[in-house]
Design a protein around this ligand. Structure first.
Ligand SMILES: Cc1ncc(COP(=O)(O)O)c(C=O)c1O
Length: 288
């Protein structure tokens, strides 16, 4: 982590812990987060990340003390204090501190905790992109009806357990299958598969976080003349596809070359995935 972090209006040195033991983010995972890439000192697609976070805060009925403009300012303060040119930011929002009971309706004054941490450098290596990712199917089903899977919430235990299973099998990412037997997403990523010039990705109703990278990739693919189809698909379909890839804000786009030790296509990063990754990187150059 970098040198400085932000907490409720102030910057603190990273070695100083300031979140109180009664914080509901810590006690119950009662909150949200966003992870954002920083390119050349600018937070990429910050507005979309903040909008998603504020929508989530409304659904969870968090009592925010910071408006969007204040959050934007806070992000810029963290970038400046850490001299961040290339790297990442994480905004964590919790329901706050205090109030006994699972639903703290007796304490409407409780204010959300806002924390922003940062790190320098690219999160993934060139070697990882050259090799692509291997995935393993997670053994327990994703509940597509759960409200939690649609939010970027602090309730990450299913994802952690899914990732643990994948790593124990020597894979880089775990893929969730929902109760209907359809693939949904990775533990920290969205999933795409290609067949010729058609690009398939599971629809949000299948139980997933509609990633900001996912949405941008859909736009970029359409601009390149690909037909994008948001439709349910099974692990069998994925294994029969020409190419597959995973997306999230940190990794951008990374090829998926294998699932449960079975290669996808020729088992190497595919041309279309690499081409889309190049156009994604061109887009980041615009510094939006
Ligand atoms: C479960 C899950 N799905 C999808 C994504 C991709 O989201 P985004 O592209 O907004 O980073 C993430 C990102 O961390 C995630 O945790």
């Amino acid at each position: 982590m970098s040198e400085w972090y932000y907490l409720n209006g102030n910057l603190y040195p990273s070695h100083r812990e300031a979140v109180l033991p009664q914080n509901r983010g810590l006690l119950y995972g009662d909150g949200l987060f966003e992870t954002i890439r920083v390119y050349r000192g600018k937070p990429f697609l910050l507005n979309l990340h903040l909008e998603r976070m504020l929508q989530g805060a409304e659904i969870l009925e968090l009592n925010l003390w910071a408006e969007k403009k204040e959050l934007e300012d806070a992000v810029m303060q963290v970038i400046k204090a850490n001299n961040l040119t290339g790297g990442w930011l994480r905004i964590t929002l919790t329901r706050g501190t205090g109030a006994k009971g699972l639903w703290p309706s007796n304490n409407p004054e409780m204010e959300a905790t806002t924390m922003i941490t940062a790190g320098h450098g690219a999160p993934y290596s060139q070697e990882q992109y050259r090799q692509g990712f291997r995935a393993a199917l997670v053994s327990f089903p994703r509940n597509e009806n759960s409200p939690v899977v649609k939010l970027k919430s602090l309730n990450f235990l299913e994802n952690i357990l899914g990732r643990r299973e994948a790593q124990k099998k020597g894979a880089n990412e775990g893929l969730f299958v929902n109760q209907k037997g359809n693939l949904t997403e990775g533990t920290v990523s969205n999933l795409f598969a290609t067949c010729g010039s058609k690009l398939f990705t599971p629809p949000p109703e299948d139980g997933l976080l509609a990633g900001i990278t996912r949405n941008l990739v859909i736009e970029l693919a359409k601009n390149q003349g690909l037909e994008v189809i948001e439709e349910s698909f099974t692990p069998y379909f994925l294994l029969r596809s020409d190419e597959a890839f995973l997306t999230n804000s940190l990794v951008e786009i990374i090829s998926l070359v294998e699932v449960d030790d079975i290669p996808i296509g020729n088992g190497k990063p595919g041309e279309l995935s690499l081409k889309l990754h190049h156009s994604y990187q061109d887009y980041t150059e615009k510094g939006i």
